[in-house]
Design a protein around this ligand. Sequence first.
Ligand code: TXA
Ligand code: MG
Length: 309
Amino acid sequence: MIGTDVSVAKKFLNSGQLVAIPTETVYGLAGNALQESTVLSIFKAKNRPSFDPLIVHISSTDWLTKLASEVPTKAKVLMDAIWPGPLTFILPKTDLVPDIVTSGLSYVGIRMPRHPVTLSLLKNLDYPLAAPSANPFSYVSPTTAQHVEDQLGKKIPYILDGGDSTIGLESTIISFENPQKPSILRFGGITQNEIESLIGPVSISLSNNSNPSAPGQLDKHYATTKKTYLVNQPYELLRFNVNVFCIGYGEALFEYNLSPTENLDEMAQQLFKALRLADDSDKTEVAISLVPDDGIGKAINDRIRRACH
Ligand code: TXA
Ligand code: MG
């Protein structure tokens, strides 16, 4: 059921059930992060392999010190500047965090989301929320309550509707396994430039199938069920025939135009919606153009490449 009542969401969560929650990035499939049986049911509902760890969501830094045994100075600087917001920190975990949350790793992902509804929910709970994106494993992430309803509606009792996700791509993930040299594991809502302007140079260690040290994030991810072609520039989409759902940007007409004015934030916000529409359309295949590779464009292109793998 879709609704807007935080107290209903709280009631289900307190009884150990799962609730979909809105965030500024994408919708999450949330449950009590401190309760093993609940966390296990998150993996089950998503069909997610147990080696792919979950992010823990908090609304106050009081929880930070309970969940992470150490918070390096550079991490603190980033948190002060960006939280609540689309940046997830990988930090050494305390014993309070069940091993199932981190897939057995000694590090945990923590994020404070920037969505008023979910922040008020979290403030009303006595525990943080473990929440992966609320999509079946390897499918496109949801950016509306209806997206969640379409795929997981029968599996969970409540979807808390907070409107369309404003950013539309998942959080950026930064690891502090080496506190002197933090490393970006996933491009997302916060750009590398924003991070480096605050703490200096970081390294990049994007995960893929051949880089198992960073779990999850398989090459084939964010994918529709249809064959999806990749082109470098929107004009190249014009060569596809009428059976192909073309996703582009700029002046030309496509089945879906991510941003006629070529605005990268708008493209990020529209991408997952476009992929879902392509999948639900009566076209047999999909084609999509990469976008300019600067700022949040890097995160958009990462998702587009994985959707086409
Ligand atoms: O924006 C987001 O981050 C959304 C919203 C709901 O907050 N959540 C999200 O979760 O994208 P999910 O589960 O779809 O992606 C989480 C990814 C994992 O696949 C993994 O790559 C990384 O975060 N991750 C989580 N914990 C980790 C850890 N301890 N070490 C390394 N990577 C970790
Ligand atoms: Mg996901």
